[in-house]
Write a protein that binds this ligand. Sequence first.
Ligand SMILES: [Zn+2]
Ligand SMILES: [Zn+2]
Length: 342
Amino acid sequence: MKAARLEDGVLHIRELPVPEPGNEEARIRITASGVCHSDLHIVRGDWDGVTSSGSIGHEAIGIVEALGPGAEHFVHVGDRVILGLGGTGGGYWCGACEYCLQGRPRHCKESKGILGTFAEQFCVWARSLVKLPAHLGDQEAPLACGGLTAYGAVKKLLDHHVLPGRPVAVIGAAGGLGHYAVQIATAFGYRVVGVDIGEERLDFVRSLGAAAAVGPEQAVTVATSEFGGCDAALVFATKMAGFDLGLAMLRRGGLFVAVGLPASSEGNFQLNPFEFFFKDPTLIYSAVGNVQDMRELVDLAAAGRVKSHVSRTGSLSELPTIFDELEAGAYLGRAVITDMTT
Ligand SMILES: [Zn+2]
Ligand SMILES: [Zn+2]
């Protein structure tokens, strides 16, 4: 089978043996795999301590074609499924520790991620698979990471008592994750103040249902004068300036939800202690979501409330080119590899 492999920081398309599913694993024939910003960071070696060799890709749709022992309890051959859970925790979790029982399997000591969906076939722990209704097409593959990550972040608004109807800033609103967050937060009943750069991207943000769409220069003024400051900021930016902006758009006592992971070279997120004192924000990080979140998101997508915006598709061999385009911000929304065989 064909598969993308990162070898000492260089991306190759290799011919590899077809993997055999292990205990409770299913082998999936991948029909679509989204290109996530995390993949780009891994390929470019942006994150200290993250390996520069191995398989990549962590958001996909495919068909179950073989089962390992015990997997029959969760899926059947022929099922069409979405897989990945954002790559974090989608490979395994113990189900019995305090984090698993709290619905936070990502923090489980035994949790394993997923990497390797840029391949014709891929074996994955069957418990993390979510079945898809037939009318959701393969272009929805990015729901597995981009969509789930946005969904997990919006759900945290409710955990922290930010009520529907309240204004919520989305920083990076036209991007691969932000475009989901605008739709999901709007579906939940929040008034979204979307921030992005350039008229084309702002028009796109408005088309997704945002109450306002502004560039970074006007963002604080608009948030303050039209909304009295935002109750929460969901920060999908991969630059530290976006983190600072999210904090500045908050009203006193607001909720800051960091989602983007800037390159290590961007330095630290800094907070002046007096600003901290006066503004008294709650600062949290939100990473992906769990399998129940994925089921809820699939339901929301099936009901037509959330749609993946895919403006670039290609074959596996085009992956290096697509990474260059992603880095250059050449397209809105997501890219999806829809042909793993060439
Ligand atoms: Zn991802
Ligand atoms: Zn656990």
